[in-house]
Design a protein around this ligand. Sequence first.
Ligand SMILES: Nc1nc2c(c(=O)[nH]1)N[C@H]1C(S)=C(S)[C@@H](COP(=O)(O)OP(=O)(O)OC[C@H]3O[C@@H](n4cnc5c(=O)[nH]c(N)nc54)[C@H](O)[C@@H]3O)O[C@H]1N2
Ligand SMILES: Nc1nc2c(c(=O)[nH]1)N[C@H]1C(S)=C(S)[C@@H](COP(=O)(O)OP(=O)(O)OC[C@H]3O[C@@H](n4cnc5c(=O)[nH]c(N)nc54)[C@H](O)[C@@H]3O)O[C@H]1N2
Ligand SMILES: [Mo]
Length: 705
Amino acid sequence: MREDFSFHEGLFSGYDAEKRSYDKSSWAYERDAQGYAVVDPTLQNPRCVINLLRQHAARYTPEVVAQLTGTPEKDFLHVCETLAATSAPDLTSTILFALGWTHHTNGTQIIRTAAMIQLLLGNVGMAGGGLNALRGHSNIQGYTDLGLLSLRLPGYMNLPKDSQQTLESYMQAVVPHADEPGQVNYWHNTPKFFVSLMKTLWGEHATPTNNWGYDWLPKWDRSYDMLAYFEMMHQGKVNGYIAQGFNPLAAMPDKNRIRESLSKLRFLVTMDPLDTETSNFWQNEGTYNDVKPEDIQTEVFRLPASCFAEENGSIVNSARWLQWHFEGAKPPGDAWNDGHIIGTIFTKLRALYAKEGGAYPEPVLNMQWNYRAPEDPTPEEVAKEANGYALADITDDKGKVVVRRGELLPDFAVMKDDGSTASFCWIFAGSWTQAGNQMARRDNTDTGLGTTPGWAWAWPANRRILYNRASLDVQGRPWDPKRQIIAWDGERWGGADVPDYPLTSPPNSGVGPYIMHSEGVGLLFAGGDKLVDGPFPEHYEPTETPVLSSALGKTALRNPAARFYADEKPRMGNPTEYPYVATTYSITELFRHWTKHSRINAIMQPEQFVEIGDKLAGKLGINAGDMVRVSSHRGYIEAKAVVTKRLKRLSVMGKDLDQVGVPCHWGFKGAARKGYLANTLTPGIGDANSQTPEFKAFLVNVEKV
Ligand SMILES: Nc1nc2c(c(=O)[nH]1)N[C@H]1C(S)=C(S)[C@@H](COP(=O)(O)OP(=O)(O)OC[C@H]3O[C@@H](n4cnc5c(=O)[nH]c(N)nc54)[C@H](O)[C@@H]3O)O[C@H]1N2
Ligand SMILES: Nc1nc2c(c(=O)[nH]1)N[C@H]1C(S)=C(S)[C@@H](COP(=O)(O)OP(=O)(O)OC[C@H]3O[C@@H](n4cnc5c(=O)[nH]c(N)nc54)[C@H](O)[C@@H]3O)O[C@H]1N2
Ligand SMILES: [Mo]
């Protein structure tokens, strides 16, 4: 590592307190004259990543961990020993995670820690090993794959920045230069994927002379994630908002502020099968809400949508399988499916642009919209467009035609950067080929290793286990012969899975198993354009915390790069007024804020309750079934108390710490009893990297009413 990289008092080098962000230039490898990272295979150099990591992690002794978390030392050591035992060749382990790790201001770093542990234990790339995000809503994985985050494009490419006004400057920034000679560095192919995307977006209008329509892509000046966007709304900078399958009044933190934000809009459109809290934010729904409808100017349009079960389509699961599903019923009433609604809005907008011109009509007028019924694209048409087509005959190195003009692409390896291929999402190439819809395949034959290559289709290239080259040693011998997923036959790689490795590159050629990385190896150090709050993970308290000192003996107690917005500091509470820690979560009987609209679910869980540990309940004189008021600095809710042993009193930094559990499902619409929205309580602050709100830890007070 560079000499100027350092860590002191909970802060990495380069911190700017005013901007609450880091200048990351020192978080980088030392480089040689050719620009490659300086390496010491003997690991003796004190500036080796592994040595700096050792130093960083040594501070977390079992005693310190017990003080920080309230978990007894012996329990912590039991977990460590169990996990470490899986570092043996014939054992492996997987770590499954979801919201307990993501809903924190340092959530990304928690997950990164787990990834690093699995790397160090040798559990990545093994059948049954690794680190697996459990996706929440069906198709959250597909949402990410298709680049629906505000700064992304499909297939994990980046949307250009404001400072990248030319295609050349964009490519220079996004195509990684090699950190070690001879590595695959697969993102080198970005131009092929990017130009194929542009050919899908703008069709014949994307040409080499206009840089494939690069100017028509939006360029970002800042993140437009939901916290940032609702803050802009609050500042009066947003006129209209379309909430498609999204109930922000119920789902986003600090509900009262979200309601104020929505009140600043001129119009709000909801696209939903249900009549949601969001589409009724302007109504005064009883004593728990102080809305004055006459003060709200926002015009609300409700567009009834169908539900995913009422249409054909694909859903990507947590293992990256694209599974095709079929319409189970016709939507009721006037409901249309999302494609029909969006297709109709698009064709009408385009007709208006054609007629009236308006500001910058080119991106809309030039958009390729090749559907049989333009106002109602079918899922099949869209899925094939995602896979992609050859726009000219595609030839191999020897000039032989491998894909004919007009045919669906067999995989992403045939993609070109000269405009002769089109594909909306390069990682989906292979999902719908000349051989048909691969996502609809239903052969559940197992390979014996839990992979079922004939069931549906997994991106990339129907590979079931990413980094599977890491399941073998450098010579190509499996760490565990019972779990051999790929094999070298002397000439080529093959086996039970699709090799995540160049097919004809022999085992001992020095090519690393992490072909997407410019170093070829897994990363223990996240420098460069990776994480914004530190190249090594570090524990921080939640933004609202009752803990006033750290066993790590540092001054930076909270994540110094967490996402605050300008006037949110006054919305944070202190432990004197709000002495208890609250957390929010889901329960089995209800799914988010929608199944309370179904009578049977509403009967099972009719109303808001809060869980209170028996020690705290005893202290406050609260019995099961009492009504309690839970308040934070942002508002209060009232609910029935459930007194439980489940929520334990913890001893953290020598303090007794009580927790209150608030399930987050009820509201003022649907078949369950009308009540408060749990998100009245939560703080509008986000993880430094992902901007995911801190739903899992904040401060409240509890009183009997
Ligand atoms: N029945 C039902 N199923 C659902 C949903 C639903 O609403 N209802 N929602 C779906 C969606 S969208 C999602 S995202 C998933 C979410 O699925 P989960 O991630 O299981 O969601 P939560 O209920 O929020 O549970 C989080 C768990 O994290 C624990 N936890 C809290 N803080 C911490 C911490 O700091 N560290 C650790 N290690 N654990 C912590 C809590 O004790 C809780 O058990 O569920 C999906 N499935
Ligand atoms: N305090 C707290 N807040 C949380 C959480 C928490 O644990 N604690 N969890 C967070 C998490 S993980 C999530 S994912 C969010 C969820 O936040 P949202 O996504 O806003 O929540 P849902 O209630 O699932 O709303 C989805 C809407 O999509 C509609 N819908 C279903 N199918 C279709 C369709 O095919 N087309 C269209 N157009 N609409 C459809 C449903 O009717 C529903 O109204 O909430 C977050 N909020
Ligand atoms: Mo979720």
